[in-house]
Design a protein around this ligand. Structure first.
Ligand SMILES: [Fe+2]
Length: 493
């Protein structure tokens, strides 16, 4: 059905620079430290490297950015072995980095608003390709190549031992499109990475594709034409038999998006009257086999999904807060008042055998999380009990300030909190040989705002109590996502 053009929501007041807070303070130092001071005792079995990605530079030239997501990306590597931790960090030498540092210019498409449109009536970007190589969101490994990416189909390869930049990595038969997700899945049966790319030149097409783990060759699994403008989907769900794309009602204006220079958020409109649509793709048939409807909500991240009986369960970290504040269309002090976000861990049950196309919803626990992670290797796409993520206390006005472990079976949670500290995403690492779902540790980089430095926190995943911490000599700005590679040895070890 052709879509009636909808007005964008009222444009906000003048974008404000990011607040003066260590999480949004530029980190210029690049270091390599063989042994961080460790307090407590790290498990002997903990061996491997956690590589994290996120914005770390918030000024270009004399201008302070207005949106967290626009920050220039940095990689951080924490390597573990014999109870010790080494650390290294480096900016990928991208065009975006080079222009920001050497010419004071933003490069390519931005997620949030940049300040110079306001100041000078023009976009700040000196060059306006409709894609940015500021790959500051997530990373993965395929065919023993490591690469970082953002929400567009561009991959920046790096050397995991030095964090040096290798260069842009293009897949064979790479599917052409304008948007992708920084949250690819790994299909353990197919031994392949699964993701989707949104193409929007002539019409909206979601291409679901996979890349076998020992290749860099993208293969199309399903091509979905919706007949409408595309939706913003930061992640998606996968189970043994299905891929599920969840079209939340953040509608992308294709024409605006295709025009170079327009940041993501200026192309989005919140159209809650459209509700949410669940597109269920059968992996073997390569097509949409069912479509379900649900209430409007905003979400960045899926938690997990599972097939139970004839139900498909889709668990998502949702918020019903109007998306403007979440996406920072109106950056202000309140943008960081995450209490107002009201996150919930919500389950959407889709009955594959029933006639109803309406999703049934239930909240999974007495707390919500953002940046959710699970015991992915053992439980992704399958029934599970525990999710780890970020939450907030009533008094936090700046950022999420606690780590949470949700028990989605009992509906309860455990929390780790330390006054004045702001954790990052909680990455679960299983103990080798573990049979219990939560037998392992949770790793999180924590910003200690009082001292202006950070530490890598290691919690026992079962008790959610601290085992130890390794202090970094500087602050680590609020980052996004990371991956633990258990076969990457300790740097400098
Ligand atoms: Fe994300």
């Amino acid at each position: 059905m052709p879509q009636t053009p909808q007005p964008l929501p009222p444009f906000p007041a003048k974008p404000q620079p990011l607040p003066d807070f260590p999480g949004y303070t530029t980190l210029d130092k690049e270091v390599r430290i063989d042994r961080l001071p460790v307090e407590g005792t790290l498990p002997e079995w903990l061996s491997g490297t956690l590589i994290r990605n996120g914005p770390a530079k918030f000024e270009v030239g004399d201008y302070r950015l207005t949106h967290w997501f626009n920050g220039i990306g940095m990689l951080h590597a924490y390597s573990f072995g014999e109870g010790q931790v080494s650390y290294a960090n480096k900016y990928p030498r991208t065009t975006a980095y080079d222009l920001a540092v050497n010419k004071g210019q933003l490069y390519g498409k931005q997620f949030g608003i940049d300040p110079c449109e306001e100041l000078f009536g023009r976009h700040f970007a000196a060059y306006s390709p409709n894609i940015s190589d500021n790959t500051n969101v997530n990373l993965t490994r395929l065919a023993n190549r490591f690469f970082a990416f953002n929400e567009q189909p561009l991959n920046m390869e790096f050397d995991p031992r030095t964090l040096d930049t290798v260069g842009e990595l293009t897949f064979e038969d790479q599917i052409v499109g304008e948007l992708s997700t920084p949250h690819p899945h790994f299909d353990f049966e197919r031994r392949a990475m699964l993701n989707y790319t949104t193409a929007m030149r002539d019409k909206t097409v979601y291409h679901v594709h996979y890349t076998p783990e020992d290749t860099l060759r993208q293969t199309r699994l399903a091509t979905i034409e919706t007949g409408e403008d595309p939706r913003y989907m930061h992640s998606f769900a996968v189970t043994e038999n299905y891929v599920v794309l969840v079209e939340i009602p953040v509608v992308i204006d294709r024409e605006r998006f295709l025009e170079p220079g327009n940041p993501f958020v200026e192309c989005f409109s919140w159209q809650p009257e459209r509700g949410t649509r669940f597109l269920v793709v059968d992996k073997r048939e390569g097509r949409v086999v069912r479509t379900f409807e649900g209430p409007a909500f905003f979400a960045f991240h899926h938690i997990n999904a599972a097939e139970v009986g004839s139900d498909l369960l889709i668990d998502i970290a949702v918020t019903e807060t109007p998306y403007e504040s979440v996406l920072g269309l109106a950056p202000s002090e309140d943008q960081f008042d995450l209490q107002a976000y009201g996150y919930a861990a919500r389950r959407f049950a889709l009955s594959l055998s029933g006639a109803s196309n309406t999703a049934r919803t239930v909240d999974l626990a007495d707390a919500g999380v953002e940046m959710p992670r699970i015991n992915y290797r053992a439980h992704n796409g399958k029934p599970y009990r525990y999710a780890y993520g970020l939450g907030h206390s009533l008094r936090s006005l700046r950022a999420m300030n606690r780590l949470l472990k949700l028990d989605v079976v009992a509906g309860t949670h455990k929390a780790w909190h330390e006054k004045g500290s702001f954790p990052s995403e909680a990455v679960f690492v299983a103990r080798p040989g573990a049979t219990e779902e939560d037998d392992g540790v949770v790793l999180s980089g924590v910003l200690d705002a009082k001292s202006g430095t950070s530490f890598l926190l290691v919690l026992d995943a079962a008790s959610f109590e601290e085992l130890g911490r390794a202090r970094v000599p500087h602050h680590i700005p609020n980052d996004f996502h990371g991956v633990f590679f258990n076969d990457l040895p300790r740097l400098g070890g």
